[in-house]
Design a protein around this ligand. Structure first.
Ligand SMILES: Nc1ncnc2c1ncn2[C@@H]1O[C@H](COP(=O)(O)OP(=O)(O)OP(=O)(O)O)[C@@H](O)[C@H]1O
Ligand SMILES: [Zn+2]
Length: 809
């Protein structure tokens, strides 16, 4: 028998044709993780993934399969194999990179696994499995050494069929094979609760004002509950002091996993679905019953109750005996959503968190693989959850750019979700208040079914949105207008809550005039120019056009220019002056870098220990706080400075998302957008909050300028420590590309320096290939890459290819 295997660490497109030894022939299957030896690389063993199997023929083999890992159980289902190869083909990445991306790292490395003799043996080994030399030797080694790593066993017994033998022994209950993980975290932590038998008159033991009394009162307030050090501000020493007095007892509890240190929210019972929710759910139920692949776009305004529709759909999916995947842009930003899912599905849902340890990732994977959890919820890579019999894949906030992976393979999880649903014969549900143009266009053209939730649930109304034109407004501080100040003050008087967004998205080095609001643009591309300090120039990062810059606004000659985003910290100071004594929660990269900082900030806001939440983009997504009645955005138009044709789409969606945080209950919401470019048509669309109109207007521009979704883009990036090599590489690449792109089907733009033109000591130049109506086969794209590189051997040139880039910077 022969196996076709993609091998790790070998960078070639084609799989290897390998011999399968007799002993493995009965067990090997497509999707198995295999240990292999290659004829041309005798010295070391490699691992790889079995793609398919063939009868032996005359074809020449390139090595052989030595063994099967993971107990011979395939790590990739047939659908996953297909999906990985689709990613490879569509995103022009090596198949092996795509296959290994689909499997979590802790599963891929096996040499450190620990093998031990099983503790109890009820039957003698011989009655259960055939004894072979290798199996006997393994048992003998373990009898003396007690525990060995696979690496140690390999040294003693050789690697041939070792894993298979271990797998057999493990299945017969004779040995255990465990993953060993470098854990820095303790497995258990101490916790305290009120002692079960308390001495009489406990107060007498405690001085009236002592900290210990505070700690005691905390424990007494919830006698059954376990408290951890730090809770209620009580230290470990203080709790131990109570133990010494006989007032408390100490226990060991399992260390909280990343995911269980989570945001808790009181559950809200919902009597019935709203009218539109019910219509959408009925359509989804109908689609599910058809048992065939379909993509549906759920376009629901903010606060329309999309989450509940997902939950009801998932219930139906589980009832049908199927499994499901739910993707969210980032878990830590949406703890409320995660908490809701967990409430409904408990252990049936496996939440994948980016901060999980290796062990947690491994355990999560096994739970899903073994069907112990039937729903996987997580960010981008959760699209590879090892579930079988998938009934539905839900992509929440499908427009979010976080779904695109920014390293090889540069897949888009939303598009990958659609493909996986197709291979699984499942439903794919894309949800958003502001769908991506790609998805909305597909819906209008009938490729996707369109489901709409045009109203908020529970009689809540959409907030009213007003613009505050900064150049013509009186200001109370440099960043806060009188209008915004008055509104904040009103809310605080009524004891309502406020969310403030310091928008800095996309302020990537372009310039804004404080006086007239002008931003210099490329006259060829209609996108803002980027300021380069090194040579005092403005450059177009799309076409490469350069013009000199003299520190004055080209429109009004003012020198009062804004170059860099002003931070949230400064706004916080301004707010402190305006509202002395008011606690302000600041949420940005600096305040959320520590563990669980997100969850605790949001908890504080929910408990109303603060009424103002100020932050960057992080405050715009998914938050659901009924008492927020005002949303203020500082510099609402800054995103327009992004040298990217998607700038308007992104800023529209950011503003609609953040505006959507206001007025989600019976209290009406108000939104104030402070801006400079009031004339930009975008803001008229924002005020009207009519997505469809905005889409139509923006699509006209896209069509005129030939941008996606009317064309498809491929971005090439050439980087090198030498600027001239990077640039020459890009030029050479362009020459290789030119013959492949007939003029009527596309254009090559650039080379131009990338937005951040030097990262980690490497200069970056980029080329953008714009294709209309054709697709270049990925083999061709890789060939071009390869041919260019071969002329730059030894010059440290790296070329990356990004199909459907989300950012042109
Ligand atoms: N039928 C209903 N009756 C009452 N309340 C509901 C109903 N459906 C959902 N809700 C509540 O309405 C609120 C908004 O729902 P949800 O967060 O799902 O909205 P959404 O559409 O995801 O909005 P966004 O896009 O802004 O995140 C939640 O607090 C939810 O519990
Ligand atoms: Zn240009």
């Amino acid at each position: 028998m022969l196996a076709i295997v993609y091998v790790e660490r070998i960078y070639r497109d084609e799989p290897f044709l390998l011999k399968v030894p007799e002993g493995l022939a009965a067990k090997i299957q497509p999707g198995c993780h295999a240990l292999v030896s290659l004829a041309r690389h005798k010295a070391s063993a490699y691992t790889g993934y079995v793609w398919s199997l063939e009868e032996s023929g005359d074809s020449e083999t390139e090595g052989e399969v030595l063994d099967l890992l993971n107990g011979g159980v395939p790590v990739l289902t047939p659908v996953m194999l297909k999906l990985a190869l689709w990613i490879s083909d569509y995103y022009a990445a090596l198949p092996i990179d795509c296959l290994s991306t689909a499997i979590p790292a802790p599963l891929r490395s096996v040499v450190d696994d620990v093998v031990e003799l099983a503790g109890f043996q009820l039957e003698s080994p011989d009655s259960r499995l055939k004894s072979t030399d290798l199996r006997r030797s393994i048992l003998k080694e373990l009898a003396t050494a007690k525990r060995l790593t696979v690496r140690q066993l390999r040294k003693r017994l050789g690697r041939r069929e070792l894993y298979s033998a271990l797998g057999e022994l493990e299945r017969a209950g004779l040995v255990t094979v465990r993953k060993s993980f470098m854990e820095t975290k303790p497995r258990t932590v101490a916790a305290w609760r009120l002692a079960s038998a308390i001495p009489e008159e406990p107060e007498k033991l405690l001085a009236r004002t002592s900290k210990k009394r505070v700690a005691y009162e905390l424990l007494a307030s919830a006698p059954q509950r376990l408290f951890r050090a730090g809770e209620g501000g009580i230290s470990r020493a203080m709790f131990n002091g109570l133990v010494a007095l006989g007032l408390a007892e100490k226990c060991e509890v399992p260390a909280p996993t990343r995911e269980s240190l989570r945001f808790e929210e009181p559950h809200k019972e919902i009597a019935s679905l709203g009218k539109h929710q019910q219509i959408a759910l009925d359509a989804l139920g109908e689609a599910l019953r058809r048992k065939s692949f379909q993509t549906l776009l759920l376009h629901g305004v903010t606060g329309s109750g999309k989450t509940l529709v997902y939950i009801e759909l998932l219930r139906k999916v589980l009832t049908e005996g199927k499994t499901a995947i739910v993707l969210v842009p980032e878990i830590s930003l949406t703890p409320q959503t995660a908490a809701r899912f967990r409430h409904y599905f408990g252990d049936d849902i496996q939440i994948m968190h980016s901060a999980m340890s290796d062990r947690e990732k491994y355990d999560a994977w096994q739970r899903l693989r073994q069907g112990k959890a039937r729903i996987a919820l997580g960010a981008r890579s959760t699209i590879f959850a090892p579930l079988e019999n998938v009934g539905a894949i839900i992509v929440d906030e499908e427009h979010d750019a976080a779904y695109k992976q920014d390293r090889t393979p540069r897949y888009h999880a939303r598009d990958t979700a659609v493909m996986r649903a197709k291979f699984e014969n499942a439903l794919c549900v894309l949800g958003s208040a502001t769908p991506s143009f790609e998805s909305y266009r597909n819906a209008l053209e009938g490729k996707y079914a369109l489901l709409e939730l045009p109203e908020r649930v529970d009689n809540a109304r959409m907030p009213s949105i007003k613009l505050v034109w900064m150049p013509g407004s009186q200001r109370v501080t440099p960043s806060i207008s009188g209008a915004l100040y008055d509104s904040i003050r009103d809310r605080l008087r009524r004891d309502e809550q406020v969310i403030l967004l310091q928008n800095r998205r996309g302020f990537a080095g372009s310039i804004l005039c404080f006086d007239c609001g002008h931003t210099p643009q490329c006259r060829f591309c209609n996108i803002p120019l980027v300021y380069h300090t090194s040579d005092q120039s403005l450059r177009c990062h799309y076409c490469g056009h350069i013009e000199p810059f003299r520190q004055r606004c080209p429109a009004c000659k003012s020198e009062n220019l804004f170059y860099k985003s002003s931070g949230t910290e400064r706004i916080e100071e301004e707010l402190n002056k305006l509202f002395p004594g008011e606690r302000i929660l600041r949420m940005d990269i600096d305040t959320t870098s520590t563990k669980d900082a997100h969850a605790s900030l949001l908890t504080a806001f929910r408990e109303k220990s603060a009424r103002i939440l100020l932050g960057t983009q992080m405050v715009a997504k998914g938050l659901d706080f009924p008492e927020v009645t005002l949303v203020g955005v500082l510099m609402a138009d800054i995103g327009l400075n992004l040298p990217d044709f998607r700038a308007s789409e992104r800023i529209y969606s950011l503003l609609m998302q953040v505006a959507g945080r206001a007025g989600r209950s019976s209290m009406p919401g108000e939104v104030l957008l402070q801006l400079y470019n009031r004339d930009n048509e975008l803001f008229q669309h924002v005020i009207r909050a009519d997505y469809r109109k905005f889409f139509e207007a923006e699509m006209t521009t896209r069509l005129e300028l030939g941008y996606p979704p009317f064309t498809r883009l491929v971005k090439f990036e050439c980087s090198s420590p030498s600027e001239s090599v990077a640039e020459k590489g890009a030029l050479a690449l362009r020459e290789h590309l030119r013959p492949m792109v007939p003029e009527e089907f596309g254009a090559i733009l650039g080379p131009a320096p990338a937005g951040i033109n030097r990262i980690k000591g490497r200069y970056r130049y980029q080329l953008i290939l714009k294709l209309s109506g054709i697709k270049l086969p990925s083999a061709m794209l890789r060939q071009v890459q390869h041919d260019t590189l071969s002329a730059f051997r030894g010059e440290n040139l790296v070329i990356t290819v990004d199909v459907d880039p989300q950012h042109l910077l």
